[in-house]
Design a protein around this ligand. Structure first.
Ligand code: SAM
Length: 252
């Protein structure tokens, strides 16, 4: 069988069920990476002229809507849309009263509505599952759905080294393998320009607190390893995860 890829999220109902219950934890307890996204959105919002219209944000690959839930409570002036390929995740979002007022739609990151004029598109932990063609198409598709001058905020695996890593992680939850891609920032920059983005800023992510090793070895729960400089690097099993926030502005 082919390694698990982003398409399998839609077809593997049992996997989605397990993933959605894992997400439940983060509806109460905001992830540090989401907190940073919210601060980035807050900064953009502070420059938005609400007399010229609402500020519209699309979270593509929203799963059960945790980021949207926190955005809604921290920044209530935003007009929020959540989209995913997995209908069962969207159903869970629509049934969640805390997400009332947020619009949910089936959308494919690779084929977003052109000219939708979003001020911000966030894509949180989705692009690393995509191959090169999908990655470039996905960025073009996001650019097309943003207003000129609108902002892409991504949280993904990007790093400063000249290593383009293709990883096939075989584990208890993915016995057929999960394809992960750790992309060098220097490889991503020209792809962003070609897609119509400028002013790309990469902000490598480390945790501000220690996460102890927990669970059984097979559970692969994220823990941190301290560096000599006092940074706390996120590991899962033997793997260092080069999580990184990326902000880029659509030309125009
Ligand atoms: C690892 S989860 C991340 C969920 C959420 N953004 C978060 O940070 O917790 C990836 C999500 O992206 C969705 N997804 C994968 N490929 C997609 C695509 N082409 N278009 C829209 N959603 C996609 C999956 O269904 C899944 O909900």
């Amino acid at each position: 069988m082919e390694a698990f890829s982003y398409q399998d999220y839609v077809s593997d109902a049992a996997f989605i069920d397990r993933y959605n219950s894992y997400q439940t934890k983060y509806s109460k307890q905001m992830r540090e990476s989401d907190r940073i996204i919210i601060e980035l959105v807050r900064e953009i919002q502070s420059k938005h002229d609400f007399n010229s219209g609402p500020m519209r944000l699309l979270d593509i690959g929203c799963s059960t809507g945790n980021l949207l839930l926190h955005l809604k409570s921290c920044l209530p002036q935003l007009t929020l849309t959540g989209a995913d390929l997995a209908e069962s995740s969207l159903q869970a979002c629509r049934a969640n009263q805390e997400l009332e007022g947020v619009e949910f739609k089936i959308m494919d990151l690779l084929n977003l509505p052109a000219g939708a004029d979003y001020n911000i598109v966030s894509v949180n932990a989705v692009l690393y599952m995509m191959d090169d063609a999908q990655f470039a198409n996905g960025l073009r598709s996001i650019a097309g759905s943003l207003k000129p001058g609108g902002t892409l905020i991504a949280f993904d695996f990007f790093h400063p080294y000249s290593q383009d890593l293709h990883i096939n992680e075989i584990s208890t939850s993915h016995p057929d393998g999960l394809r992960l891609r750790f992309r060098p920032m220097d490889m991503v920059r020209p792809i962003l320009s070609e897609a119509g983005f400028k002013n790309a800023v990469f902000r490598p992510f480390t945790l501000p607190f220690d996460l102890p090793v927990s669970g059984e070895a097979a559970d692969l729960i994220t823990y941190t390893v301290p560096t000599l400089e006092g940074k706390k690097l996120p590991f899962r099993g033997t793997l260092f995860q080069p999580w990184c926030h990326l902000v880029a502005v659509r030309e125009g």
